[in-house]
Structure formats: structure tokens, C-alpha cells
Design a protein around this ligand. Structure first.
Ligand code: PRP
Ligand code: URA
Length: 208
């Protein structure tokens, strides 16, 4: 799994524990996903190339390094990926966003796409956001949809994953990079991550 990076920062581990805690209420759960996404994004861009931009500063004008913010397109996978979006816009306020909605059929574990509003991606860096990689079916589907739009590259930011799903993504998509806060033990017979954080969409939006 050479393209899967588990980010081993103590703050991330502590935030994941907050998510695991069943007493963590919806509002805090969303805030925590938001903060984790921000940290993962900063890590993912650690070696990013910068461009020189002319800026007027207090002693005149000069050229200074900057990211081209418009090049980044954040794509949360609804529902559970939505709370991760705000954290990324806090980092790059002029980035773009697109939306994909997928729902896993809890009997067959097959994912169904029910909303697709992604802008043109040629020349862009697409950043997929989904807290959970369980069987990997939803993320695999989302990556295929995004690839049809020919982005320059794809990065996936995820919070908790099972080795089964992550190795599927690594095998099917060796050309993407995936940053994750925690690789857990595995899946139970219903396709839930163990120990995991439960149903992330329900916990984020206070539904059963
Ligand atoms: C969850 C999660 C992932 C998917 C992971 O979404 O947010 O998208 O399951 O499972 P997989 O790796 O086995 O496909 P869910 O389908 O429950 O929808 P929701 O976000 O609306 O709750
Ligand atoms: N989706 C979730 O929200 N949690 C899991 O553990 C698996 C799929």
C-alpha cells in the first residue's frame, strides 16, 4: 500500500479517540471531522510546489511564494464527508468544491451514486473527502467518477479505514495518494470498521 499514508500525529490520534467516544455529540463530532481534515490536508500538501506571486508589501512590491488556490477542487462524499469541507476552505479559501453523494446498500454493501455535481477537473487537483473507508466500495466508485473528468491528480483524505478497503483502493488506484488519520483492525460481518467510529453519517447528522 505504497500510496496510502497513515499520518501519525498525536493530535490526530487524540481527535480520532474523540470520534470513537459514543458520548461525543453530533456538533462536536462534525467539528472534530473538520479539524482532522484540516490537519490531513496540511500534511498532504507538505511538499507542494509554489509559484511566485507579485505582492505589494510595506516596503514596496516583491515576488513571494504562494499556492494557486483555484487549482484545488474539494469533493466531499455526502453525507459523512460534508463536515470535512469547511476545514479545507479554512486553509484554501479560494479553492473550488464539487459534490458526490453515495449511499452504501447495507445489505449488499454496494454503493449507489445519487448526486453528482463536480466541476471540470482538467488541470486540477481533486481532493476527495470521506471519513470512512470500510470495504472501499464507495471511495473506489467516487474515484472512478472523478477520473472520468481527467484531473491532473487525485488526493483522498480519510479519517478511519479498514485494511481490506484500503488495499482495494491501493490496488485499483495506484496513481492516487490517500492520507488517513487511522488504519483500524478490520471489518465486522456487516461491513463496519472495528473498532471504528460507528456510522459516521448518522453520528454527524444526528440520525439513526
Ligand atoms: C459511509 C461512509 C462511506 C461508506 C464507507 O457512507 O461515509 O462513504 O459508508 O463504506 P464502504 O467503504 O464499505 O463503501 P454511507 O453509505 O453510510 O452514507 P452516509 O454518508 O450518507 O451515511
Ligand atoms: N460506514 C460507516 O459510517 N462506518 C463504518 O464503519 C462503515 C461504513
Amino acid at each position: 500500500m505504497e500510496n496510502i499514508f497513515e499520518v501519525k500525529h498525536p493530535i490526530l490520534k487524540s481527535l480520532v479517540t474523540e470520534l470513537r467516544n459514543i458520548k461525543t455529540e453530533s456538533y462536536v463530532f462534525r467539528k472534530t471531522l473538520n479539524e482532522i481534515a484540516r490537519i490531513l490536508f496540511i500534511e498532504a500538501l507538505k511538499n507542494e510546489k509554489l509559484t511566485e506571486k507579485e505582492v505589494e508589501i510595506w516596503i514596496g512590491t516583491g515576488k513571494f511564494p504562494t499556492l494557486i488556490e483555484e487549482k484545488y477542487v474539494f469533493i466531499p462524499i455526502l453525507r459523512a464527508g460534508l463536515p470535512m469541507l469547511g476545514g479545507l476552505f479554512e486553509v484554501l479559501k479560494n479553492a473550488q468544491a464539487g459534490f458526490l453523494a453515495l449511499k452504501r446498500n447495507e445489505e449488499t454493501l454496494e454503493s449507489v451514486l445519487y448526486y453528482n455535481r463536480v466541476p471540470p477537473l482538467e488541470g486540477k487537483t481533486a481532493i476527495l473527502l470521506d471519513p470512512m473507508v470500510a470495504t472501499g466500495g464507495s471511495l473506489d466508485y467516487a474515484i472512478k467518477v472523478v477520473k472520468e473528468k481527467n484531473p491532473e491528480r487525485i488526493i483522498s483524505l480519510n479519517v478511519v479505514g479498514a485494511p481490506e478497503g484500503l488495499s482495494k483502493i491501493s490496488k485499483n488506484h495506484p496513481d492516487i495518494k490517500l492520507y488517513i488519520a487511522q488504519i483500524d483492525e478490520g471489518l465486522n460481518d456487516k461491513g463496519y470498521i472495528i473498532p471504528g467510529i460507528g456510522d459516521a453519517g448518522d453520528r454527524a447528522f444526528n440520525t439513526e
